[in-house]
Design a protein around this ligand. Structure first.
Ligand SMILES: NC(=O)c1ccc[n+]([C@@H]2O[C@H](COP(=O)([O-])OP(=O)(O)OC[C@H]3O[C@@H](n4cnc5c(N)ncnc54)[C@H](OP(=O)(O)O)[C@@H]3O)[C@@H](O)[C@H]2O)c1
Length: 336
């Protein structure tokens, strides 16, 4: 089969390759891959900033496609079913032990930039009927993480949610939070992106370049209380302000490192406000299934900013690595 390989950790080290087509084993399905979605983690792998990859590898963790063959014993799915694949196929549900965490698509398992992939039937989820392959390919990492953020903070009508930047996770969380009846405050470096977020339902817009003390603005907007949920995607440059912007008893959902992974923390506000500082590692297949069901029920259309072909991997990765160029998700449409 045809594939794109990443030969070494460099954003320009992609090459066309011909590799053996996988055979679905017992309990597996063979998927013809139709779309793949880029995440920050893929860029980290291709930049040498993520532990574990062995090169060459078939890159990109997230993907969607249709089942073309069933391994022995598979009864839950049929040929022709449209599915998304979880990036960590061993993590079906519950608390992950090392066994569940050791394998990840695009790092230690073949990723989505190939014609076919064989995966356990337990690791795939049906695509909500209203979604294209391209839109659905964004579900596993960004969609599941956004869904887990809302659940972690029990977000519902009246909740206040703060989102940092307008990347994939923030925009998914915006859409899910509005569907749940929450008030959303979103920040961005760009007024034009803030207007796009407003069109998706964002209630309050803060340009973090024009207003570097955006946490103070969050407090102004919430009568000094702060937000019930802050989705902390920024890392080094944003963590302390995110602590300040979180309401007493609120949830600081600590997931990202867009500006770096190290932060100096004053523990006192966390202690005094009794914050729930929660880490998250995307989620399990069960979480993905719940996220897909919610996105299907709410009729949410994932925001795909730009679609690349599989032959434009360097362009796509460079686009994401540049930071600030996209709004929502970057996707590969796969046509071999
Ligand atoms: N732990 C998990 O479960 C999990 C899951 C998914 C993602 N993540 C992590 O979460 C982070 C975001 O992921 P993503 O896929 O949404 O990334 P992304 O699509 O690349 O979005 C990054 C966005 O961050 C914003 N940004 C950059 N500097 C900022 C700053 N100083 N203050 C506020 N916003 C800033 C930019 O928004 P503007 O252009 O609007 O300024 C940019 O578009 C990444 O670190 C990723 O690895 C973690």
């Amino acid at each position: 089969m045809k594939a794109i390989e990443l030969s070494q950790p460099r954003l320009d080290a992609f090459r066309a390759a011909s590799v053996a087509t996988p055979e679905p084993q017992r309990g597996e399905v063979l998927i013809r891959q139709r779309a793949a979605s880029l995440n920050f983690v893929d860029v980290a792998v291709a930049s040498g900033n993520y532990p574990g990859p062995v090169f060459p590898l078939i890159p990109v963790a997230d993907g969607a496609g249709e089942i073309v063959a069933l391994g022995e014993g598979v009864t839950r799915f049929g040929v022709g079913d449209r599915v998304v694949a979880h990036a960590k196929p061993r993590w079906i549900g519950g608390r992950p032990r090392p066994y569940e965490m050791t394998q990840m698509r695009g790092i230690s398992l073949p990723g989505s930039l190939a014609e076919y992939v064989a995966l356990p039937a337990n690791a795939i989820v049906p695509i909500p009927p209203h979604l294209s392959f391209e839109a659905a390919s964004t579900l596993p990492i960004a969609g599941t993480t956004a869904w887990n953020a809302l659940r972690a903070a029990d977000v519902g009508p009246g909740s206040v949610v703060v989102l940092l930047g307008t990347g994939g996770v923030s925009i998914y969380t915006l859409q899910l939070a509005k569907a749940a009846g929450a008030t959303v405050i979103i920040t961005s470096s760009s007024d034009e992106k803030l207007e796009r977020a407003k069109a998706l339902g964002a209630d309050h817009l803060i340009n973090y370049r024009a207003t570097p003390d955006w946490d103070g603005k969050v407090l102004d907007l919430t009568d000094g209380l702060g937000a019930d949920l802050v989705v902390e995607t920024g890392g080094t440059a944003t963590f302390a302000r995110a602590v300040n912007a979180t309401a007493p008893g609120g949830t600081l959902f600590t997931i990202g490192f867009v500006t770096g992974a190290e932060a100096m923390v004053n523990l006192l506000p966390i202690i005094i406000k009794a914050l729930k500082v929660l880490g998250n590692n995307t989620g399990s297949v069960s979480d993905l299934r719940d996220a897909a069901r919610a996105i299907g029920a709410a009729g949410i259309e994932p925001v795909v900013d730009k679609v690349f072909s599989q032959n434009e991997a360097t362009e796509a990765y460079t686009h994401m690595a540049a930071g600030g160029l996209h709004f929502g998700k970057l996707v590969f449409g796969l046509d071999w």
